[in-house]
Design a protein around this ligand. Structure first.
Ligand code: PMV
Length: 332
């Protein structure tokens, strides 16, 4: 099935756009990773995943009716030839019902660019929420989550704060592959971002996934491990068992990276500094500090710990950015 046919089912025959609409969506980091697509056009995952959102760090996007299409990213006007411009307007086009509705789009990332965190998840989530508001679609969150997923898989999880599960789904149209928040709040939960490099990754996650799925002999084990890890993580969250959560999340991330490294040509996102940070994390643990790590499709390392260890861990990683994901509870 194609994106347009699916989205059309949810749109009114004629759009009645508002003059202006703004939406915010947080970035997120997966504790059980999404790695592999069963449908590339719809970004349907091979496995379910679970993330924690990054509170105030994310994307704010404003759509405004205008004389012509324009896009500004962090205050800079982009040319129509820019890849990001094309990607954003190709997505908006899916919702325009073929009507001529030129839009001035402003998108601002509150994720510090220097943190080297991907903004595609919060970007597509904020854009989807802003489209819903601007085109007066009034669609329910599970539908919007499935739409955001078509822009970027992990964007499905960025419609909510806190812990979020993205259901794998079974349907061919993917409308049962959406994310939902878990009820549990964990105010003492902390994430530390240790930035090794803020430059864009060389291998996009789409390419990394495709190469892994088609060439790694380890990949067939991945969906089975991910399914088990998801169950363990949900239990650990419900029981507020940080040790189980940390061990499972770290093991999950390193297992995902093992599938990439065993692809051909190999997909290795780590830099020597990433490995040095990992070893410092393991040293900390040996010395009694409870800290775990996770990594995505890039060289930066994200640390997981609880508030009572924050000062000791900050002393070991003075440059890390600390996020308290549960300091924000609702999307404005
Ligand atoms: O949503 P994408 O296509 O950028 O892929 C995200 C992949 C990982 O960040 C590695 C894992 C995840 O679940 O976020």
């Amino acid at each position: 099935m194609n994106q347009q046919a699916i989205i059309d089912r949810y749109l009114p025959a004629t759009l009645s756009p508002a003059a202006k609409a703004t939406a915010f969506a947080p970035s997120n980091i997966a504790l059980c990773k999404y790695w592999g697509k069963r449908d590339a056009a719809l970004n349907l995952p091979t496995n379910a995943s679970l993330s924690v959102s990054l509170g105030e760090l994310g994307t704010t996007t404003t759509l405004q009716l205008a004389a012509a299409n324009s896009l500004s990213l962090n205050g800079v006007t982009l040319s129509k030839e820019d890849m990001f411009f094309k990607k954003v307007f190709a997505f908006v086009e899916l919702f325009r019902r073929g009507q001529d509705i030129p839009l001035a789009i402003e998108t601002v990332n509150t994720i510090p660019t220097a943190a080297g965190l991907a903004s595609s998840a919060s970007g597509f989530a904020a854009l989807t929420l802003a489209i819903n508001a601007c085109f007066s679609l009034n669609l329910p969150l599970p539908v919007l989550s499935a739409f955001a997923r078509m822009g970027s898989g992990s964007a499905s999880r960025s419609l909510y704060h806190g812990f979020v599960e993205w259901h794998k789904g079974e349907q061919a149209d993917g409308m049962d592959s959406f994310a939902e928040p878990l009820a549990t709040q964990w105010p003492a939960f902390r994430i530390g971002i240790v930035t090794v490099s803020a430059t864009a990754k060389k291998i996009q996650s789409r390419e990394g996934m495709n190469r892994t799925v088609s060439t790694s002999q380890l990949y067939e084990k991945w969906p089975v491990q991910a399914a088990n890890d998801l169950i363990t993580l949900k239990k650990a969250i419900a029981a507020q068992d940080f040790s189980i959560l940390g061990e499972t999340a770290e093991h999950n991330a390193l297992s995902m990276h093992a599938t990439m490294i065993s692809a051909w040509p190999p997909v290795l996102y780590w830099q020597p500094e990433s490995v040095a940070v990992m070893q410092r994390v393991w040293d900390c643990r040996q010395n009694g500090l409870e800290v775990y790590l996770t990594m995505d499709a890039g060289p930066n390392v994200k640390l997981l710990f609880l508030q009572d260890q924050e000062a000791s861990i900050k002393a070991k990683f003075p440059d890390m950015t600390v996020i308290a994901p549960f300091s924000v509870t609702s999307i404005p």
